[in-house]
Design a protein around this ligand. Structure first.
Ligand code: BTN
Length: 315
């Protein structure tokens, strides 16, 4: 039904019942209320008609594959698109197979996970919720560094589509003028080798969300770009560039990412506050360590380093 309504045109109940081969109006109403529960908003311009509040570009596997360069079309072992999942990271981690690189997207997550136990909220079809799983037999480079390399990769993609003034708050918060645009959540599982799941969430075109639901100031790409961007094309670009990074990083470490980190770093030279368990530390941020990607902080006369996972940073 959503595929029919996605064009943003007015559809009559009768037409929907016919097209979907439903047996009764009650079945249609059930479908409508299911969509409503997912946060999908309708007008009813006339009696017994339905129209989405705005057009919706649903994720489409063949569009994403077609937009991928041939080398990564061939490299990608599995691409799944789901309508609703609890969390794409959770789902991908739960799969026992080791068919990698494995990419999974969902239109909506009922329990989207953010960093440090926070939630990631993205209304149905309004953003990208994407997880990529990779497997390394051995990886002798730091995982904080991989986090950094992938965050740089995502900002590079956002720059390619014309989003300016997008920067990074260590380790991988993606902000525009102080508003949250995107984030990454890297999760790992050690089983013989190391399974890595990179979850990427990006606000693409979000309906108004109540301040009680998301307390942090946020922004979407539509606002930044002033025009729509295809979620399928953006998904393909992210997959393409992240797959590249997953190959390059274990070979060269952070060297290929340091310059851009420095370009995108929002905290360089700023006074920042770190929370590390019960401790609150204030200092001046001086970028990252070249090898590990740990945060370099001047606290009084002392230079300290912090690896991600243990701290949260406030600008
Ligand atoms: C953050 O900034 O807190 C990280 C947000 C990461 C959200 C993405 S959405 C896709 C993937 N699945 C999840 O449950 N979380 C990540």
């Amino acid at each position: 039904m959503l595929r029919i309504l996605a064009d943003g045109q007015i559809h009559s109940a009768k037409q929907l019942i016919n097209q979907l081969a439903l047996s009764s109006i009650a079945e249609l109403e059930l479908a409508i209320s299911t969509l409503f529960d997912l946060g999908i908003k309708f007008y009813s311009p006339r009696a017994d008609t339905y129209q989405l509040i705005s057009t919706l570009e649903l994720l489409d596997r063949s569009c994403i594959l077609a937009a991928l360069p041939v080398n990564n079309q061939q490299r990608l072992a599995l691409l799944e698109i789901h309508s609703v999942l609890d969390s794409t990271n959770q789902y991908v981690l739960a799969q026992q197979h080791q068919v990698v690189p494995y990419v999974c997207l969902a239109e909506y997550q009922t329990a989207g996970r953010g960093r440090q136990g926070r939630q990631w909220i993205s209304p149905y079809g309004s953003g990208l919720c994407l997880s990529i799983k990779q497997y390394y037999e051995t990886i002798n480079k730091s995982l904080t560094g991989l986090n950094i390399a992938l965050a740089v990769t995502v900002v590079r993609v956002l720059s390619l589509i014309g989003a300016t003034e997008v920067g990074l708050k260590w380790p991988n918060d993606i902000l525009w003028r102080g508003h949250k645009l995107a984030g990454l959540l890297l999760e790992t599982r050690y089983k013989k080798g190391c399974e890595i799941v990179i979850g990427i969430g990006i606000n693409v075109k979000s309906p108004p969300i109540s301040k009680n639901t998301i307390t942090q100031p946020w922004v979407d790409l539509y606002t930044i770009l002033g025009q729509p961007i295809s979620r399928n094309v953006l998904a393909a670009m992210l997959i393409d560039h992240c797959l590249q990074t997953l190959i390059i990083y274990p070979q060269v470490g952070l060297t290929a990412f340091l310059d851009d980190w420095h370009n995108f770093d929002l905290s360089y030279g700023q006074t920042v506050t770190l929370s590390k368990q019960a401790e609150v530390i204030t200092g001046t941020a001086w970028g990252i360590d070249d090898e590990e990607g740990s945060l370099l902080l001047q606290v009084g006369n002392e230079k300290r380093r912090f690896v991600c996972g243990e701290v949260s940073l406030r600008l």
